[in-house]
Write a protein that binds this ligand. Structure first.
Ligand SMILES: CC(C)(COP(=O)(O)OP(=O)(O)OC[C@H]1O[C@@H](n2cnc3c(N)ncnc32)[C@H](O)[C@@H]1OP(=O)(O)O)[C@@H](O)C(=O)NCCC(=O)NCCS
Length: 220
């Protein structure tokens, strides 16, 4: 037997050893997007445009197009949220946009949620989608729809189902990207709108705490 085989490996005393994991906890805050977040939002979205079929957009979206979308959603009062790291790096975003342009559909929106690849699989998607649902309810919206690619979007389908969305339909062959035909899965969630019209009595009351102050940063 060699000496190294019967000698126990030497270990530092406990107080001198490194902690098991030196990775910092995953922390984030969710807040409404600001115009200065647009370049980050664009970068996150364009990554999926160029590298995946989770969106059927085939060309990167320009800053100009994002600015127009930002202004349009703001005018409608539709939420556009970002999740940011403690250093204020945008980790992901979520928004709702009109489901159909006809006025009778005005209380129905379609959601979109995209995280930086490094921020996926850490529970951020669920926190962001929950905050989006809360914000949409506070905006008086009544129905949220998710139209999800039937290929490569398993995480999104799982996430929406976990948050109470229900599958309401599938369509095959409605999309075409990277030389292949793609379908969609549609999920729907009924919201509980909570926005109240301001009455003189309300005016004297304290304003409700906005949703983004209520969602604390959390680890995963
Ligand atoms: C979809 C997305 C927002 C989900 O957010 P997330 O924080 O990564 O979600 P989670 O880590 O909480 O994962 C949600 C569930 O999907 C599962 N999941 C994650 N990635 C998966 C994958 N590649 N394949 C299968 N399941 C997956 C997780 O295990 C989890 O299930 P569990 O709760 O039973 O463990 C995020 O992954 C993302 O931005 N993806 C790319 C863009 C995209 O697809 N957007 C949606 C367009 S419709």
């Amino acid at each position: 037997m060699l000496e190294s085989e019967y000698q126990k490996p030497r270990q530092l005393p406990a107080h001198l050893r490194r902690p098991e994991s030196s990775e910092p906890p995953f922390a984030f805050e969710i807040r409404p997007a600001e115009p200065q977040d647009i370049p980050d939002i664009r970068e996150i979205y364009n990554h999926y445009v160029s590298n995946s079929v989770v969106t059927f957009d085939e060309r990167p979206m320009s800053i100009k197009a994002w600015r127009a979308k930002f202004a349009f959603l703001k005018k409608l009062g539709h939420p556009l949220l970002v999740a940011v790291s403690p250093g204020d790096q945008v980790l992901g975003y979520a928004l709702v946009q009109p489901w159909r342009p006809k006025s009778g559909y005005r209380f129905t929106v379609e959601d979109a949620i995209y995280l930086r690849p490094a921020a996926t699989r850490k529970g951020l998607g669920a926190a962001l989608l929950r905050a989006l649902v809360d914000a949409s309810e506070e905006a008086g919206l009544r129905t949220m729809i998710a139209v999800i690619s039937d290929s490569g979007a398993e995480a999104s389908i799982k996430l929406h189902l976990e948050l109470g969305f229900q599958e309401v339909g599938r369509m095959g062959g409605v999309g075409y990207k990277f030389n292949r035909s793609l379908g969609t899965i549609t999920l729907q969630k009924t919201l509980t709108p909570s926005r109240r019209k301001k009455s003189p009595a309300d005016a004297s009351q304290k304003p409700r705490t906005p949703f983004w102050r209520r969602s604390k940063p959390s680890g995963a």
